[in-house]
Design a protein around this ligand. Structure first.
Ligand SMILES: *[C@@H]1O[C@H](CO)[C@@H](O)[C@H](O)[C@H]1NC(C)=O
Ligand SMILES: *[C@@H]1O[C@H](CO)[C@@H](O)[C@H](O)[C@H]1NC(C)=O
Ligand SMILES: *[C@@H]1O[C@H](CO)[C@@H](O)[C@H](O)[C@H]1NC(C)=O
Ligand SMILES: *[C@@H]1O[C@H](CO)[C@@H](O)[C@H](O)[C@H]1NC(C)=O
Ligand SMILES: *[C@@H]1O[C@H](CO)[C@@H](O)[C@H](O)[C@H]1NC(C)=O
Ligand SMILES: *[C@@H]1O[C@H](CO)[C@@H](O)[C@H](O)[C@H]1NC(C)=O
Ligand SMILES: *[C@@H]1O[C@H](CO)[C@@H](O)[C@H](O)[C@H]1NC(C)=O
Ligand SMILES: *[C@@H]1O[C@H](CO)[C@@H](O)[C@H](O)[C@H]1NC(C)=O
Ligand SMILES: *[C@@H]1O[C@H](CO)[C@@H](O)[C@H](O)[C@H]1NC(C)=O
Ligand SMILES: *[C@@H]1O[C@H](CO)[C@@H](O)[C@H](O)[C@H]1NC(C)=O
Ligand SMILES: *[C@@H]1O[C@H](CO)[C@@H](O)[C@H](O)[C@H]1NC(C)=O
Length: 561
């Protein structure tokens, strides 16, 4: 009954919209402006691209053309989405569509300087997406207007620094300048903004310190400065004003400070990446109270942290204790935004592969404390983080045994404890970690027989190298006692659920606008090549991992036969 009513209401609404006199056809002025635009744009004829302008014909309603969106009442063209259209450039810069608010030209082949007409357009547009082109110019060549809400220039070759004119974009909500060649420092006015929700400057060449003061009413959800290499100085404590902050990625810079314990109060913080900086000192301190309730990715690897594994924080990682059951529509963390669908990306190392997730899966849970100077025991409370998929404690100075409680981490897919000073036997409980795909216990002081069977029959001897006291298969050292009868291998497979397989959907739903709703691989998808957007940023795909995965899927296949 209710759904019937809804359907009726919706249908009648649509009919009214359609037949009402206000649903006028495209304005003649807009039609000719668009046709002129089509005529003057230079299109790459490579069939790889599908130019939306091909369908634009005089005599038809321009509001029905591919990539064109009109205002439902006035009929003016308000949005133009010509992403993935093979546009190389323009002959004639004179055109104007007076009511245009939103222009998407991502994934084209625009080269060099932004054409003049676009420079002009940037003075009145509120959304502009020029990402994934080959633009090479400085930010000064854009007009920063007060209605600009969304600007994506990521994946170009934009050079130079910020000038103060960017401070004129006082309403900006999403600013993505990632993957360019920007130099200079980050202007303070961006941190002062109370409209900015996403600031993505990753993989540029910025230097200097972080802005010192974030606004009291800071609305940032994502701050990504990863991979600038030269950002230095302290972490500004006023970042804790940003109550909506979900993603903070400052990895691969030169920040020199102690652990920012003041971030623990942020209720939404899900991703904290501080890897490869010069952070030092203990993580845990007297200020540790009830920290980081929403955190699911905690990556502080390759710093100079010392002291114990931060027990008190781990105890309070509430979000890592809950197993998230994914609803297929809502698999990814998203910056809820009325500007456009938007995604965060994060680069992490897992299963010895460095990869960039274009979207962060909500159920991806990992802790990486590797390459620091942590010492002491592995706290047994770690076994309570039931949703953990990746745990890397390698290259530290940890002692003592592996706590038995780790056998409770039943979602674990990757466990690296290598290069520590761990002792004792390997708990047999670990053989129950059915999804464990990568295990590295190398370079420790483990002793006794390697537990046999179940998941452990998938690991080869390189998981155990450098432990003189270990014996039994897959090592060649036999145990001195009679080896126990080995239990037959019974393997369980996670198949498509594992994060190793979770990369495939990253392309879906991103970037190329509403018409196709598919991602930066959209050009590829259009010609029917499915694509795993797993970019190797550093490191190489570990062949062993590959082989292991293949072996497991073969076994899976034969089990099913
Ligand atoms: C479109 O067609 C109309 C008449 O059919 C003509 O007046 C107009 O010049 C044409 N516009 C373009 C841009 O070709
Ligand atoms: C298209 O461009 C050619 C020259 O490149 C010009 O002669 C022709 O009039 C243009 N047509 C329209 C509809 O603008
Ligand atoms: C910024 O805005 C001020 C005042 O609104 C204006 O005078 C100035 O020219 C603008 N700067 C740029 C670079 O647009
Ligand atoms: C940032 O805000 C502070 C105080 O809220 C103000 O003193 C400062 O001038 C602002 N800086 C910029 C660059 O807008
Ligand atoms: C790490 O910290 C120790 C002192 O705590 C210092 O001696 C050492 O030089 C630091 N290492 C690096 C790489 O900064
Ligand atoms: C976007 O959403 C905010 C509140 O979430 C609202 O205040 C604002 O007016 C919206 N903007 C547009 C253009 O819809
Ligand atoms: C910025 O754009 C890049 C590429 O278009 C994308 O991978 C990244 O996720 C965007 N940043 C954010 C915070 O959404
Ligand atoms: C663990 O961290 C180390 C050092 O940061 C890295 O080399 C290794 O590949 C990581 N292990 C896994 C399984 O990702
Ligand atoms: C594993 O979890 C169960 C239930 O949460 C608990 O009773 C048990 O003590 C845990 N095992 C270890 C070794 O901590
Ligand atoms: C285990 O870690 C060590 C470094 O501690 C590394 O050399 C080795 O390649 C790793 N083995 C596997 C199987 O990943
Ligand atoms: C590890 O196994 C390979 C063959 O799989 C063998 O050649 C090698 O000697 C073994 N190494 C050790 C330390 O057992």
């Amino acid at each position: 009954m209710e759904s019937w009513m809804w359907c009726f209401l919706l249908c009648s609404h649509l009919l009214i919209l359609y037949f009402s006199p206000s649903h006028s056809l495209c304005h003649p002025h807009d039609t000719s402006a668009l046709l002129h635009f089509k005529n003057s744009s230079i299109i790459d004829e490579d069939p790889y691209y599908y130019s939306k302008t091909r369908t634009w014909e005089n005599g038809t309603d321009c509001c029905s053309w591919a990539g064109v969106t009109c205002h439902p009442i006035s009929g003016h063209v308000t949005e133009l989405d010509l992403s993935c259209s093979g546009i190389v450039g323009y002959i004639d810069p004179n055109r104007k569509i007076p009511f245009l608010e939103s222009l998407h030209l991502s994934n084209n082949k625009l080269k060099g300087r932004v054409p003049n007409w676009l420079h002009e357009a940037s003075s009145w547009l509120s959304e502009l997406d020029l990402s994934h082109n080959q633009l090479m110019q400085s930010l000064d060549q854009f007009s920063w207007n007060q209605q600009l809400r969304y600007l994506d220039l990521s994946f170009n070759s934009i050079t130079g620094g910020f000038s103060s004119s960017i401070c004129n974009a006082s309403a900006i909500q999403i600013l993505n300048l990632s993957h360019n060649k920007l130099t200079g420092t980050i202007p303070q006015c961006l941190a002062n903004s109370s409209s900015l929700q996403v600031l993505d400057l990753q993989l540029n060449k910025l230097h200097g310190t972080l802005p010192s003061t974030f606004a009291k009413d800071c609305r940032l959800r994502t701050l990504d400065l990863n991979g600038n290499q030269l950002l230095e100085g302290f972490l500004p404590e006023s970042l804790s004003n940003c109550n909506d902050l979900e993603v903070l990625d400052l990895g691969n810079n030169q920040i020199k400070d102690v652990f920012p314990h003041w971030l623990q109060t942020l209720p939404e913080l899900k991703v904290l990446v501080l890897r490869a900086n010069k952070l030092y000192g203990p993580i845990e301190g007297s200020k540790t109270k009830h920290g980081f309730p929403s955190l699911v990715i905690f990556d502080v690897s390759s710093n100079n942290f010392s002291g114990p594994i931060p027990n008190a924080y781990i105890k309070n990682f509430q979000a890592m204790k809950k197993i998230v059951v994914l609803d297929t529509d809502r698999q990814y963390m998203k910056v809820p935004s009325n500007v456009s669908e938007y995604a965060d990306s994060v680069t992490i190392t897992s299963k010895a592969i460095t990869m960039t997730m274009d979207r962060i899966r909500k159920d991806f849970v990992s802790i990486d404390l590797s390459q620091n100077r942590f010492e002491g025991k592995i706290p047994s409370v770690i076994g309570e983080l039931h949703s953990l998929r990746g745990l890397n404690l390698s290259h530290n100075r940890l002692r003592g045994p592996i706590p038995n409680s780790m056998g409770n981490l039943t979602n674990l897919e990757s466990l690296d404890l290598s290069s520590n000073m761990l002792t004792g036997r390997i708990p047999t409980g670990l053989t129950n970690l059915n999804f464990l795909e990568v295990l590295n216990l190398s370079n420790n002081h483990f002793v006794g027989e390697i537990p046999q069977g179940k998941q452990f029959s998938t690991f080869s001897n390189d998981s155990y190298e450098g432990n003189l006291g270990l014996c039994g298969l897959p090592l060649t050292t036999e145990c001195s006692k009679d080896p126990k009868q080995h239990s037959p291998a019974s393997l369980t497979f996670r198949g498509e659920q594992g994060f190793g397989f979770g990369w495939k959907p990253v392309a879906i739903g991103y970037g190329c606008g509403m018409v196709f709703g598919v991602g930066m691989g959209c050009c590829v998808l259009l010609i029917g090549k499915p694509q795993w957007i797993v970019r190797m940023v550093g490191g190489q795909l570990n062949k062993k991992v590959k082989r292991k995965t293949r072996m497991r899927s073969n076994e899976n296949g034969s089990r099913m036969n």
